[in-house]
Design a binder for this molecule. Sequence first.
Ligand SMILES: Cc1ncc(COP(=O)(O)O)c(C=O)c1O
Length: 371
Amino acid sequence: MKTAYNFNAGPCVLPKEAIESTINAIRDFDNTGIGLFEISHRTPGWERTMEETRQLWRDLLNIPAEYEILFLGGGASTQFMAVPANLLNKKAAYLQTGVWAKKAAKEAKLFGETVIVASSEDKTYSYIPKDFLSKVPADADYFHITTNNTIYGTEIKYDLENVPTMLVADMSSDIMSRPVDVKKYGLIYGGAQKNVGPAGVTFVIVRKDILGKITDRQYMNPLPTMVDYRTHAAEEAKNISMFNTPPVSAIFLMHETLKWVKNTIGGVAEMNKINVKKSELLYAEIDRNSMFRGTVEAKEDRSIMNHCWVMAEGREGLQDKFMAFAKERGMVGIKGHRSVGGFRASLYNACPIEAVEALVQCMQDFEKENK
Ligand SMILES: Cc1ncc(COP(=O)(O)O)c(C=O)c1O
C-alpha cells in the first residue's frame, strides 16, 4: 500500500490496530460466524460491546455515574438542534469562536433568546475572545462553547472555572486529546470522526438530572421522541442508545479506538503528552521557517489538534508550489479550509509522530530549495 501521511481534518487517521480488529469483526463478529455488518443489534455480544464502549468512556474520562453516555446518529450538527431542544427554556448563551459555534447558535435561536457573549469573527476566528465569562448572563439556561475550532486552529485547552451557568461543550475535534473534568459540564457532545472513531456515530455525555426541565417554552414542547435525550438514556442498560438501531459498525470501531487509547497509549493524560509533543514540533517549524507564517498569533489560543499556516509575506506566490511539493512527499489533507486559505495539518490522536516529522522535513526541504 502507498505511504500517505494523513492530516485530514475529519474523517481522519485512526489507529491501525483498531482498523485491523474491525476488519476481522467485519468477517466474523465475536465468534458468531456472522460479520459485524450482518449481526442483529440485539445479539448478546453486541449488548456487551455497547456496555464495554460506555465503560471505556467512563474509565478514560472519569465520567461519574450521574452522567449517561449516548451513541447516536446524525452528527454533531444534529446536536446543535438537540441541545437547545432539551435544555433551552428561555435563554441560552453562546461563545462564537468559529463557524461550527455560529451554526450551533443559529439552531438555539429557534428555541429562545440566544445571547452571543463574544465573537472572534472580526479576525476570521483567529483568536479566542478574552474575558467572555463576565458577559455570560447568570439567568441563561446554559453557556455553550466549542472547545476546539477545527477550521481556524484555536482551542480552549482547559476546563473553564466559575461559569455562571451550566456549561455545554461541542468537543467534536478535541475529545480524548486531553483529560477533561466532566463534572464541570452539564453536557458534552461531538461527532466521533476525529479522535474517537469513524463518521456515523455521535457521542453525548449528559448529566441525567438536567433533562426533562422544559416548562416554559411553546415551541417543540413536548419534545419529539427521537430528539428527547431521555429516550436514549434508558433506565435499563441494555436499552441505552438502543431505542432505534444504533450505528453498529461505527460504534465497534469507536470501541477499538478507545481500547487503543487505554491499553496501547495508557490513557488520556499520556495521549495528551504525545499530542503536545507533536504539536510543538510543528508549531516550532511554522514559526522558524521563513517561508511560512502561523495564522493564530496568540500562542495560548493555538490548537494542539489543528495547525493552520499560510505563506509568509512576499512568498504568497509559492503556495501552489508548496502544495505540489508536499503532495509529492505523501502529505495528504493539508489544504486549509477555504475560509482561511493556506494550509492546515490536523494532528489527531492517531496521527503518528513520524508523520509530523515527515511534514517538518518537507517544510525544511522546501525552504532550502526556494530561499
Ligand atoms: C467542532 C465541530 N463541531 C461540529 C462539527 C460538525 O460535525 P458533523 O459533521 O458530525 O455534523 C464539526 C465537523 O468538523 C466540528 O469540527
